[in-house]
Design a protein around this ligand. Structure first.
Ligand SMILES: Nc1ncnc2c1ncn2[C@@H]1O[C@H](COP(=O)(O)OP(=O)(O)OP(=O)(O)O)[C@@H](O)[C@H]1O
Ligand SMILES: [Mg+2]
Length: 246
């Protein structure tokens, strides 16, 4: 579903640069629930954003000014993103990927249902009525049936994060990408979000979740550990014999 090849992300210029990702090769299967852990600054968010097409790989080695060998690439749904323009990349991303962040970025003057319906309206495949109906269905699934018409800024933090998950799922993404989805929540709300991820994962929704919380990370079928811009361990990989990924 998502794949990186010799993935590099370098910031700065030839004289002064920082290498954030150093040749990451990873493949996320279409039904895998994967967590990414590692120390702060190890490159987890950078990897997640690159895999989801929110950022682009660095093509050239800053020392030699030549392309990395093999080339630094990201494939989304089998498609090489390298040559895509911004609009093409955005539409591939909107079609295949749903994002959940630590801070939810809901539109606070809009209702819960409107927030969830927005990505559907943006894609333009559903009427407003159908989008709202589908949004209400998703909210119901996450225990928010009675909050659908409430404005986002009048929901609790935990409720807002569940609305954000519903919004990320609005366009039936092939993969859900989450960066510290419980990072801003108390224990109870964090557990609730973790349960939602477990349930989605057990239904075969592909998920890539970055987290500091190792207990949460262990609930995924596969756990990737990063250190200093590299993957140093990858446990439970698809095809490696875990029942979930058969
Ligand atoms: N725009 C940027 N400018 C400069 N440095 C950056 C930028 N983005 C990331 N970095 C650096 O790249 C490294 C990796 O960042 P990244 O956000 O991917 O780490 P992380 O593993 O997600 O960390 P955390 O657990 O703290 O969220 C860090 O050292 C960070 O300071
Ligand atoms: Mg991060």
């Amino acid at each position: 579903m998502l794949r990186s090849q010799n993935l590099y992300r370098v910031l700065g210029n030839a004289e002064n640069f920082t290498t954030i990702l150093r040749g990451v090769d990873v493949t996320i299967g279409r039904r895998e629930y994967v967590s990414i852990v590692g120390a702060s600054g190890s490159g987890k968010s950078t990897l997640l954003y690159l895999l989801g097409g929110l950022d682009r790989p660095t093509q050239n080695d800053p020392e030699t000014q030549k392309p990395f060998d093999p080339p630094s690439r990201v494939f989304i749904g089998g498609e090489d993103t390298t040559g895509l323009g911004e609009t093409q990349l955005a539409s591939l991303r909107n079609e295949k990927c749903g994002f959940v962040f630590q801070f939810h970025y809901l539109l606070k003057e809009f209702t819960a249902a409107e927030n969830v319906a927005l990505p559907m309206l943006k894609l333009g495949k559903l009427s407003r009525r159908d989008a709202i109906d589908k949004a209400v269905g998703l909210l119901k699934q996450f225990g928010l049936a009675d909050k659908a018409t409430r404005r986002a800024n009048r929901l609790s933090g935990g409720e807002q994060q569940r609305v954000a998950i519903a919004r990320a799922l609005a366009n039936d993404p092939a993969v859900l990408l989450a960066d510290e989805p419980t990072g801003n929540l108390d224990r109870k709300n964090g557990d609730r979000v973790a349960e939602i991820f477990d349930e989605l994962g057990s239904k075969g929704q592909a998920i890539v979740m970055v987290t500091h919380d190792t207990a949460l990370a262990k609930r995924a079928g596969r756990m990737i550990t990063m250190e200093d811009g590299r993957i140093i361990s990858d446990v439970g990989r698809e095809g490696a014999g875990t029942p979930r990924n058969e």
